[in-house]
Write a protein that binds this ligand. Structure first.
Ligand code: NAD
Length: 485
């Protein structure tokens, strides 16, 4: 039908096909102007030897249709299979993971009947870049990478989301008391962007106390924006304490493409039995409708769904004697929602999207700043387990080999200064960060001098395993000081 929006769908594995069928029936009964382009994902694709769980031919559909409604999939056990979700997120630039979590008390038990918040998690960066190296026998590293464009996108998305969903507050969570550069940049950009949204309260919490407060007083939060790893953890905590893991939908949103799903998995233990609760995928589909600019249909479905819960028509996972009225299967639950389309809940507040609710559009085009970048020195990481691990012995070897441009300023072991003048109690691994600065402060350093320094070390038999250049940008130090430096 013309005027319909074409979306990509995938029926997934386990309970996927059943809950997708229920969801599509509700969408159709609500009159949502959609048409479907189906792709195959998950177990069957993995077992055909496609390690990403999605066929190459599906990318064009995702790209062209732009919106993807996805049922859960089963990732086969054993090595070699990559997470399809992670592949789609990264390949399609789905930078924002959006998870609204609400308590549906008293129909679903929760210690926090008033909680109603949304976690917005950065989805592309942080420790999830997957760049890891074993550098010495004892030490392995994972790189935590964050970028100004990446942070700007997610923070702006959080404020735009708050604005279009009538939310009052955005709380940023970082660990910038420790990671002053990576998490510090996130906090700084949050402060910068918050000034553009004067009607929304902006606050910041350190992630440790922030997660504790989310678990203790979730009703105090509205929208939370945070980095990838923290967001991964807190979004599961809040879904769990709301008692609604089976009810939550989520969105992964990019500049062009977006993917919507339930947060639970494929539940193979109940697959094919018409027992699954389709609510998670229904809520994912509602987020999709809002994203498509079809909020009126989301409102209709959400209100009918809330009324169904209130009327005590419950699938087995949420059925409770005394509270529930009727235990139903997946399709009968969908029928009950369909029968209530056009009705509003009585106990729950009816959902209302503002008439001009529009899809959130984030322009990620980044204009490079032209900062002045100056090389001040270099950290050379050395693999060394000799001399009883006495840092004075290593310090002397480095100083003998350093040449006449750079000089050794200090050595740290896992961040703690051990030379000159360390504490004998400090535990020392075989991984030494050796900081070199210019002997003549006024000299101009380039990578040529760094290469010469490394050549000197190679000739002296010193095993360098990594370097990090020490820069300043527009006169501001771009690296952390060592503990005790
Ligand atoms: P799961 O969420 O599938 O199941 C956990 C428990 O919750 C099970 O007892 C299940 O019966 C129940 N459950 C889940 N959804 C339900 C629903 N809608 N209605 C009623 N009960 C429901 O988690 P799992 O068992 O750890 O994982 C099973 C498979 O799902 C694995 O292969 C996993 O990799 C995959 N998985 C996929 C996704 C996804 O596609 N986004 C997410 C998580 C897990």
């Amino acid at each position: 039908m013309s005027g319909n929006k074409k979306i990509t769908i995938a029926h997934g594995d386990g309970i996927g096909p059943e809950i997708m069928k229920a969801t599509l029936r509700i969408l159709e009964a609500a009159g949502a102007p959609l048409e479907y382009d189906e792709i195959e994902i998950g177990e069957k694709v993995y077992l055909r030897g496609v390690t990403a769980g999605i066929e190459d031919s599906s990318w064009d559909k995702l790209r062209n249709n732009k919106v993807f409604l996805k049922a859960p999939i089963t990732t086969p056990q054993g090595g070699g299979y990559k997470s399809m979700n992670v592949t789609v997120r990264k390949s399609m630039g789905l930078f924002a993971n959006v998870r609204p979590v609400k308590a549906y008390h008293p129909y679903i038990e929760s210690h926090f009947p008033d909680m109603n918040l949304t976690i917005i998690r950065e989805n592309e960066e942080d420790l999830y870049a997957g760049i890891e190296h074993q550098q010495t026998e004892e030490v392995v590293q994972t790189l935590k990478l964050v970028s100004r464009p990446g942070i700007e996108s997610i923070v702006r998305y959080a404020f735009e989301y708050a604005q279009s969903n009538n939310r009052k507050k955005v709380t940023c969570m970082t660990k910038d008391n420790i990671m002053k550069h990576a998490d510090g940049l996130f906090h700084k950009i949050f402060d910068e962007i918050s000034t553009e949204y004067p009607d929304i309260v902006a606050d910041h919490m350190i992630i440790d106390i922030g997660s504790a407060k989310l678990a203790a007083v979730p009703e105090n939060f509205d929208v939370v924006v945070t980095l990838n790893l923290y967001g991964d953890i807190v979004s599961d905590i809040v879904a769990e304490i709301a008692g609604s893991v089976g009810m939550c939908g989520s969105a992964n949103v990019g500049e062009s493409v977006a993917m919507f799903e339930a947060i639970h998995g494929s539940a193979p233990d109940i697959a094919g039995k018409d027992m699954a609760n389709p609510s998670g995928l229904i809520n994912g589909a509602n987020m999709m409708l809002v994203h498509l600019g079809l909020a009126e249909y989301a409102e209709k479905i959400e209100n009918a769904w809330l009324k169904t819960l209130e009327d005590g028509i419950h699938t087995g996972d949420i059925y409770k004697d005394g509270m529930s009225k009727e235990k139903v299967g997946t399709q009968a639950f969908a029928d009950a929602v369909i029968a209530r389309l056009g009705q509003k809940p009585n106990t729950f507040a009816p959902v209302e999207y503002s008439a001009d609710a529009k899809p959130i559009a984030i322009n990620r085009t980044y204009t490079a700043h032209s900062q002045k970048k100056e090389l001040l020195g270099v950290d050379v990481f050395i693999d060394w387990a000799e001399g009883d691990r006495n840092p004075d012995v290593l310090g002397k070897q480095l100083e003998d080999a350093q040449g006449d441009f750079f000089k050794l300023k200090m050595i740290t072991n896992r961040g703690v200064k051990v030379y000159p003048g360390g504490m004998p109690e400090t535990y020392k691994t075989d991984h030494w960060r050796c900081r070199f600065v210019k002997q003549d402060e006024n000299a101009e350093a380039t990578n040529t001098q760094v290469a010469e320094l490394l050549t000197n070390f190679a000739n002296a038999g010193l095993d360098f395993i990594k370097t990090e250049q020490l820069y300043q940008f527009d006169g501001e130090r771009g690296y952390s000081l060592g503990q005790g430096e």
